[in-house]
Design a binder for this molecule. Structure first.
Ligand SMILES: O=C(O)c1ccccc1NCC(=O)[C@H](O)[C@H](O)COP(=O)(O)O
Length: 207
C-alpha cells in the first residue's frame, strides 16, 4: 500500500509554509477566495509559493471564481494543481489547461459516483463536509457516504485533526488527506506542533 499523501491547506504565513514542508507535507494549499479568513493576495501568495521546494505541490483553491480572476492568479503564482471547491462545471475546471481536483460537498443524499462521473477530467475527487461558506469548516461528514471501491483518487477532508486522522485513514484508505482548521491555532494561523502531530497520525495509520 502506498503512503497517504498529505495536503495542508489555507496557509497565509511563510513560517507556516516552512513548518508544513519541514514536517513532510506533500502539498500546500493557497486559498484564493476573498470571503475566507485564509484568502491570500497575489503578492503574498507568490511569496509563499516561492518557499515551496521541488516535489511538494503548490495547490490553488478557488470557489466559483470567474475566469479572469483565476487567470490573474495563474499569471502571478506558480500553481501546479487547481482545486475547485465550489459549483464549477467540468468545462469551467478544464479551461485553464492545468491539472485540477474537484471538491464534493458531502451530506446525506449526495451520490459520489454520480458526482465523479460529472467530473471525468479531475485528477482526483476531494470530499469535504457540506458547510455554509463552502469549506474549511472543521466539520466531519459521514464517511460511509463514500462508496466502497470508489475508483478515483480520493482526497479525504472535513474536520480532520491530529486526534481523528489515524482512524480516518484506516477506515477510508484515501489517496490523500487534506486539513486546514484541524492544524490551526486561529483561522489562517497554522500551529507547527499540530501539523507535526497530524502527519505523525497519518504515518501511524499507514503502518
Ligand atoms: O479554508 C477556507 O476558508 C475555505 C473556504 C472556502 C472553500 C474551501 C476552504 N477550505 C478548504 C480546505 O481547507 C480543505 O480543502 C477542506 O475544506 C478541509 O477543511 P477543514 O475541515 O477545516 O480541515
Amino acid at each position: 500500500m502506498s503512503r497517504t499523501r498529505i495536503k495542508i491547506c489555507g496557509l497565509t504565513r511563510p513560517d507556516d509554509v516552512r513548518a508544513a514542508v519541514d514536517a513532510g507535507a506533500d502539498a500546500i494549499g493557497l486559498v484564493f477566495y476573498p470571503p475566507s479568513p485564509r484568502h491570500v493576495e497575489l503578492a503574498q501568495a507568490a511569496t509563499l509559493a516561492a518557499l515551496i521546494p521541488p516535489f511538494v505541490t503548490t495547490v490553488g483553491l478557488f470557489v466559483n471564481a470567474d475566469e479572469a480572476q483565476v487567470r490573474r492568479v495563474l499569471d502571478a503564482v506558480p500553481l501546479q494543481l487547481l482545486q475547485f471547491h465550489g459549483d464549477e462545471s467540468e468545462a469551467e475546471c478544464a479551461r485553464f489547461g492545468r491539472p485540477w481536483i474537484k471538491a464534493a460537498r458531502m451530506r446525506p443524499g449526495v451520490d459520489l459516483l454520480e458526482f465523479a462521473a460529472c467530473h471525468p477530467g479531475a485528477r482526483g475527487i476531494l470530499v469535504d463536509a457540506f458547510v455554509d461558506g463552502y469549506g474549511g469548516g472543521g466539520k466531519v461528514f459521514d464517511w460511509s457516504l463514500i462508496p466502497d471501491g470508489f475508483d478515483r483518487p480520493l482526497v479525504l477532508s472535513g474536520g480532520l485533526t491530529p486526534d481523528n486522522v489515524s482512524e480516518a485513514v484506516r477506515r477510508v484508505r484515501p489517496w490523500a488527506v487534506d486539513v486546514s482548521s484541524g492544524v490551526e491555532s486561529a483561522k489562517g494561523i497554522k500551529d507547527a506542533r499540530l501539523i507535526t502531530a497530524f502527519i505523525a497520525g497519518v504515518r501511524n495509520a499507514d503502518g
